[in-house]
Design a protein around this ligand. Structure first.
Ligand code: ZN
Length: 228
């Protein structure tokens, strides 16, 4: 433990809250998975062995960017190097790793989740499956970091999923979106061969999203209020 600036009290509570939300949504089962948020040179990260759906702020530790614990009493997740790698290489604000059921099922079969729905463009498009390596190893971290190139999500072969975002809320939103998309893919693939959006269709979605400021609430201009 050091000075209070290392303690990140609010962020530790926010990480615990994010875990409980992901747990309630069925994405975090038992002790499997881990969540972190970065503030400057510090990272608040879930402890290894904690039941994530019931996590408390006291089960979130704070480390520096070299992984040294600077606040908290519990040893951080065994995937700490993976989280730190995402911060270092991609400048992310938060990281979510889960063994969510739909994502994990697809990670056991596919090499890539194709862009079958335009909402996947919020994650960068198709989602790569990082080749398998043992959990907690530098090999796994390197594999996943490679799969994340140009994306905010990756599946991890025969393991699970990882998402990141500029904020903790965004990283959680991306994890929920990825799990939904994996479920859609499974249902679609059970019915037939899912259609994949081509380059031109993907580009048109991105252009339309920019023009319409998609994904944000927008006020109706006063003159139109009577027409709602
Ligand atoms: Zn894992």
């Amino acid at each position: 433990m050091t000075d209070s600036s290392s303690a990140l009290g609010l962020e530790r509570a926010a990480v615990a809250d994010a875990c409980r939300r992901l747990g309630a949504a069925g994405l975090l089962i038992g002790t499997a998975g881990n969540v972190s948020v970065r503030v400057g040179e510090r990272v608040a990260v879930t402890a290894t062995g904690a039941v994530l759906a019931q996590l408390t702020a006291g089960q979130v530790s704070v480390v520096d960017l070299d992984g040294k614990v600077v606040a908290g009493t519990l040893r951080p997740t065994s995937e700490l190097e993976l989280h730190l790698g995402v911060y270092r290489r991609y400048g992310a604000g938060a990281v979510v790793h889960t063994h969510a059921p739909m994502a994990t099922a697809l990670s056991c079969v596919l090499d890539e989740l194709p862009c079958i729905h335009y909402q996947l463009l919020a994650l960068g498009g198709s989602v790569r499956v990082a080749p398998y390596a043992t959990f907690g190893t530098p090999e796994l971290a390197e594999s996943v970091l490679g799969a994340l190139e140009g994306r905010s999500a990756a599946l991890m072969a025969s393991h699970g999923a990882l998402t990141h975002g500029p904020t903790l809320d965004k990283a959680v939103e991306h994890a929920l979106l990825l799990e939904w998309a994996c479920g859609v893919y499974q249902h679609a693939a059970a019915l037939g061969t899912p259609r994949v959006l081509d380059e031109q269709q993907q580009r048109a979605v991105i252009e339309a999203a920019i023009v319409r400021n998609y994904g944000t609430t927008q006020s109706v201009p006063p003159a139109q209020e009577g027409n709602r």
